[in-house]
Design a protein around this ligand. Structure first.
Ligand code: HEM
Ligand SMILES: *[C@@H]1O[C@H](CO)[C@@H](O)[C@H](O)[C@H]1NC(C)=O
Ligand SMILES: [Mg+2]
Length: 307
């Protein structure tokens, strides 16, 4: 299935699907109101143009998306105390992420904190190797067995981005080849290389995340200079002309691109496994231990969103 922008907007967990007034399946009123009012901040929001790299005492993560949002103050600049409501609001305002994506992956983030039921995580909690999200063969980080899995590592990113040499914009087949090169690099160099279906789906998801946030939920055509700014500086490329996607980026839109990236590349997955559009959501829900735990971790927000 190839989604159009219109179908994605309909599929998106958005204001329209939620009851008017009153609480949402018993959620506190402020959460119901939050879910109804999501979308990118207005173009003149000063956070888009205010970029402040981390200072002393600030923490960051192996995720360029969260780091960039912290550098622009869409989520706490110190990197600490990220709750699901803070993330739902900040990720929508900065990048037009749908609440379904943020709630599901945010719950996985909570699991990496020392106190998962405490309801928040710090960005540096996310660098725990192989649990629940961090994995080998990243685009722009080293494998944990070979170096620091948290900070940007130029040689790996340069290997990836060189596949776009001579092009102004990205495309799905080239992204898939570049990702495969990172996979074979780790396979060759890392005696502790850990990579199965979970890692494959998450890393196709991360390719989809930058392709969609830096362009739109469908085309796969992001300007290569935006991609460089995003990874190398952990900065939103607003000054280069980028604006947040007009359509929200959801588990559904990401899932479709995960399947497209997989289908257009040579990377093997374990015998008997399949990667289809639902795989992305399924892997994330399984990662946190199923829908019920997801509901408990997110205080029922995931249930209200139909996850
Ligand atoms: C609560 C939300 C999020 C959480 C908990 C999260 C967590 C993570 C973690 C732990 C990684 C490391 C995986 C690895 O080993 O490579 C990662 C990678 C990544 N994330 Fe996020 N993330 C979130 C939201 C986002 C958003 C909104 C974007 C939008 C662009 C994004 C883009 C990426 C990309 C592109 C990578 C791959 C980095 C690489 O391979 O070098 N993430 N994320
Ligand atoms: C979820 O929370 C409910 C209520 O506290 C509890 O009864 C249930 O066992 C929890 N489920 C899981 C899977 O932890
Ligand atoms: Mg990694």
């Amino acid at each position: 299935m190839r989604l159009t922008l219109a179908t994605i907007a309909t599929l998106a967990v958005s204001a329209a699907a939620l009851p008017q007034g009153g609480s949402l399946l018993g959620l506190p009123l402020d959460i119901g109101a939050l879910l109804k009012s999501l979308g990118p901040a207005p173009a003149n929001d000063p956070r888009f143009t205010t970029f402040t790299p981390p200072g002393s005492g600030d923490v960051r993560s192996p995720c360029p998306g969260l780091n960039a949002l912290a550098n622009h103050n869409f989520i706490p600049h110190n990197g600490k105390g990220n709750t699901i409501p803070i993330l739902i609001k900040g990720l929508a305002e900065g990048l037009n992420m749908g609440a379904d994506f943020t709630t599901a992956i945010g719950a996985a983030g909570l699991l990496s904190s020392p106190n998962p039921l405490g309801g928040s995580f710090d960005l540096n909690d996310l660098d725990q190797h192989n649990f629940p999200i961090e994995h080998d063969a990243s685009i722009s980080r080293q494998d944990a067995a070979l170096g620091n899995d948290q900070v940007f590592y130029a040689p790996n990113f340069n290997q990836y981005i060189s596949f776009f040499d001579g092009k102004d914009v990205t495309d799905i087949p080239t992204a898939s080849k570049a990702k495969f090169a990172r996979y074979t690099d780790s396979l060759t160099k890392n005696p502790e290389f850990t990579y199965g279906l979970r890692e494959a789906v998450l890393s196709y998801g991360e390719n989809s995340l930058y392709l969609q946030t830096l362009a739109d939920p469908v085309s796969g055509n992001a300007k290569v200079e935006y991609v460089k700014t995003f990874f190398e500086k952990e900065q939103l490329p607003y000054g280069l002309g980028w604006r947040p996607s007009a359509a929200p980026i959801t588990l559904a839109s990401l899932g479709v691109m995960v399947a497209e990236l997989y289908a257009s590349g040579p990377e093997p997955i374990p015998e008997g496994a399949r990667i289809v559009a639902d795989s992305y959501k399924d892997v994330i829900v399984a990662l946190v231990g199923g829908s019920e735990i997801l509901g408990n971790l997110t205080d029922g927000i995931s249930t209200a969103l139909g996850l």
